[in-house]
Design a binder for this molecule. Structure first.
Ligand code: FAD
Ligand code: NAD
Length: 478
């Protein structure tokens, strides 16, 4: 077995596999070690994102959305259906097929780009030495010029709801239910709680979401969060803020949850309980005591702006380092590090990381919120355009939400864009591109958008920053 490499990557999630492919493309001899096993017990590439995260959750979100459309909304647009039924095992099987196709795609990309995929566990020793323990056989010590650590993250567990792998599950278990639970509890009204809560609610579960904070989606724009709470509640998600779960006991008929809210002690019975209270960096068994890599106070691998750790030639990227736990953030870090190792000088623009919540309507944003700007005292102007005034949204029978653009009061530079509505996940890319190029709201207003598109709402919101929107009555600007 080959044991000398220019680059060894530990972890083949989006951060690690993109780093490995880019390094190999740039002529560096590269190996990528990953220990994940799929449901069939065979090694799989792609990490959390492809196997238990972004992709399978979106497969179920899309399927469950289509079910709601067919059941509740086709008649509104003149399509008659017979009785619309769901087949959960078929839905789960299709999701697994999508995952398999994509993880197999990474294996082909590794092969095509000359990356050696090694199935097993990697541990960083001192220098740039790595101990590789294959799933079968003896460990070997490998040498590299550079090491990139990309071991990702795992769900946080809480004592008040210990997982039993059946009735109380984390996000991974919630992607595998074989039937629709009649009553479903979710702890945590964050991204996973809302996405997976929506999936099972659409398929017919009575869903109660218990959230510790008094505020809903505090990281999002206030108005977006308010609208979202109203809409999700109408859709059937019973979101209870300011709750503290004390205990969850699994019995013959499901789970009894004891929690406290402003009115005192409460009890609730559910058939299944999803715990979705955040994720934590995963570093178990990753570092030998003399690896030279340090952790920060929150348990993340400590890195500088260029993702360099404290150990020479050792980098860390993705969920295991500071910043949002998002696949695309890790991908950009992985590519940056590979290119820097090869002598190029790219940077990651951490001010332009888009966030998306794939509910319906979708929520997406990039840059600053009004609350952040108020707190820092920066003067700004706002343009906002509702999808209710968009011809394309009306044609699509889907007019909830709006686009809000915030621009600097002096320079007109776009500081933040917040969208709730149909295809917000796609529309936000327009804002990211504009912000990457330091565009002003006027620049976006002078740009031609195809008609009729949802993107025209972005255009109109940009025009609205200076009070010049065409398809709505502008508020007078001071
Ligand atoms: P991971 O994807 O976690 O991959 C790390 C890999 O390293 C794993 O395969 C792990 O087994 C392996 N590994 C760890 N330690 C070792 C070791 N010592 N030796 C060998 N291998 C090791 N993000 C988005 O941007 N959009 C979404 O829509 C989205 N949806 C999500 C939905 C769910 C349900 C979940 C749970 C997450 C979602 N995320 C989403 C988050 C996204 O999955 C993560 O941000 C992303 O996977 C992190 O990538 P990573 O490469 O850092 O780590
Ligand atoms: P999160 O941080 O988004 O939300 C966790 C929620 O749980 C928070 O609202 C928190 O206040 C609440 N909480 C924490 N402890 C609690 C307790 N004891 N009782 C009740 N509520 C409690 O975390 P998540 O939803 O688990 O997602 C984990 C990570 O995965 C996130 O960082 C996210 O970025 C990523 N992710 C992203 C996407 C996406 O991009 N669409 C989708 C899924 C996950």
């Amino acid at each position: 077995m080959e044991t000398n490499y220019d680059v060894i990557v530990i972890g083949a999630g989006p951060a690690g596999y993109e780093a490995a492919i880019r390094a190999s493309q740039l002529g560096l001899k590269t190996a990528c070690i990953d220990k994940s096993l799929g449901l069939d017990g065979k090694p799989v590439l792609g990490g959390t994102c492809l196997n238990w995260g972004c992709i399978p959750s979106k497969a179920l979100l899309d399927a469950s959305h289509k079910y709601v459309e067919a059941k509740d909304h086709f008649a509104e647009i003149g399509i008659k259906t017979g009785k619309v039924e769901i087949d959960v095992p078929a839905m789960i099987e299709r999701k697994a097929a999508v995952v398999k196709q994509l993880t197999g795609g990474i294996a082909s990309l590794f092969q095509g780009n000359g990356v050696d995929a090694l199935a097993g566990t990697g541990k960083l020793l001192s220098g740039c030495n790595v101990e590789f323990s294959p799933h079968e056989g003896d460990a070997v010590v490998m040498e590299a010029e550079h090491v990139i650590l990309a071991p990702g993250s795992v769900p946080v567990d809480i004592g008040a709801a210990p997982l039993d792998g059946d009735a109380i599950v984390d996000s991974t278990g919630a992607l595998e239910f074989d039937a629709v639970p009649k009553r479903l509890g979710v702890i945590g009204a964050g991204v996973i709680g809302l996405e997976l809560g929506s999936v099972w609610s659409r398929l017919g579960s009575e869903v109660v979401v218990l959230e510790a904070l008094d505020e809903f989606l505090p990281m999002a724009d206030d108005r977006v969060a308010r609208d979202a709470l109203k809409t999700f509640s109408k859709q059937g998600l019973d979101i209870r803020l300011g709750t503290r779960v004390i205990e969850s006991v699994v019995g013959k008929k499901g789970v009894t949850i004891k929690y406290q809210d402003k009115d005192g002690d409460q009890t609730m019975e559910v058939d299944k309980l999803i715990v979705a209270v955040g994720r934590r960096p995963y570093t178990q068994g990753l570092l030998a005591p003399d690896s030279g890599v340090n952790l920060d106070e929150r348990g993340f691998l400590y890195v500088n702006d260029l993702c360099a750790t404290d150990a020479p030639n050792v980098y860390a990227v993705g969920d295991v380092v500071r910043g949002p736990m998002l696949a695309h953030k890790g991908m950009e870090e992985g590519i940056m590090v590979a290119e820097r190792i090869a002598g190029h000088k790219p940077l990651v623009n951490y001010d332009c990381v888009p966030s998306v919540i794939y509910t319906h309507p979708e929520i997406a944003w990039v840059g600053k919120t009004e609350a952040e700007l108020k707190a820092s005292g920066e003067a700004y102007n706002v343009g906002q355009f509702p999808f209710a005034a968009s011809g394309r949204a009306m044609a699509a029978n889907d007019t909830d939400g709006f686009v809000k653009i915030i621009a600097d009061a002096q320079t007109d530079r776009i500081l933040g864009v917040h969208i709730i509505g149909l295809q917000a996940s796609e529309l936000i890319a327009q804002a990211v591109i504009a912000m990457e190029f330091d565009a002003s709201a006027e620049d976006l207003g002078l740009t031609m958008f195809a008609h009729p598109t949802l993107g025209e709402a972005v255009h109109e919101a940009a025009l609205g920053v200076s009070g010049n929107a065409i398809h709505m009555v502008n508020r007078k600007k001071k």
